[in-house]
Write a protein that binds this ligand. Structure first.
Ligand code: ATP
Ligand code: MG
Length: 244
């Protein structure tokens, strides 16, 4: 499970990215984190795998306050968590197979384990026949599927996805979301930060909406925006960005 207790994150430049956020996500949930650009979605995700630490408050991941981990305890935390990003972050000089295998090599898995698990993960994302391809020989959607295989090959209980469909067209995006749904169905908790309104609205999952670093809404079977009020304040904000 994940729990944030009165979490505030202020960056050194004074930007308040999250303010007094309280949140509980149980094991097995599928959660969307939505909100306008700058709302704090990525910061929230980064706190969960301890890429950032909170300025105030506690971030519990699987019962441990991740801000209080000793340096040696950070890698074991990250081993339990798979992460996918908007820009895939594959190693360009490794094949699809080797990108996935690398995630197991760094945690000291045996060669036998690697030979067993990598094809399974590539199978799940439908890319077994592209195992020998390099990232630049794969489409964006295929690269993201490799990244997803890499994220799950270690069987994490938590999968964090920060705008995983941000660089993909709508059809390809749906392919990725269906895979996340399948990973969730197999028991992994999924937290996905996204701008993909059509996906959020269609999926009817829990939606946590952030705005200026605060949770403004937390709904089961939620939508990207709740009502006309929220939509008009979003529009207002967008106008302010276009013509400040
Ligand atoms: N390392 C940093 N140093 C200073 N400010 C930061 C840093 N990272 C993020 N911020 C600021 O914190 C706020 C929240 O950023 P964050 O990246 O969490 O937003 P987001 O909701 O993910 O936005 P987007 O939808 O554009 O990805 C923004 O104002 C951003 O400029
Ligand atoms: Mg972001």
């Amino acid at each position: 499970m994940i729990e944030l207790v009165r979490v505030t994150k202020v960056f050194p430049n004074g930007v308040v990215a999250l303010q007094d956020v309280n949140l509980f996500v149980d094991r097995g949930e599928f959660v969307f984190v939505v909100g306008p650009s700058g709302a704090g979605k990525s910061t929230l995700v980064k706190l969960l795998y301890r890429e950032e630490v909170p300025t105030e408050g506690e971030v519990y991941v699987d019962g441990r306050d991740v801000a209080r981990l000793r340096p040696g305890q950070v890698p074991p935390l990250r081993r339990q968590i798979g992460v996918v990003f908007q820009d895939f972050k594959l190693l360009p000089n490794k094949t699809a197979y080797d990108n996935v295998a690398f995630a197991l090599e760094v945690i000291g898995a045996s060669r036998r384990e690697i030979r067993r698990r990598v094809p399974q993960a590539l199978d799940l994302v439908g890319l077994r026949d592209r195992a020998r391809a390099y990232p630049n020989q794969l489409s964006g959607g295929e690269q993201q599927r490799v990244a997803l295989a890499r994220a799950i090959v270690n069987n994490p209980w938590l999968l964090l996805a920060d705008e995983p469909t941000g660089n993909l067209d709508p059809d390809t995006s749906w392919g990725i979301v269906r895979l996340l749904e399948e990973v969730n169905r197999r028991g992994t908790t999924v937290v996905m930060a996204t701008h993909a309104r059509h996906i959020v609205n269609a999926m009817q999952k829990r939606v946590i909406a952030l705005r200026r670093g605060r949770v403004i809404r937390d709904e089961h079977h939620g939508r990207y925006v709740r009502d006309d009020d929220e939509l008009s304040s979003l529009l207002e904000e967008m106008r302010a960005v276009v013509s400040p």
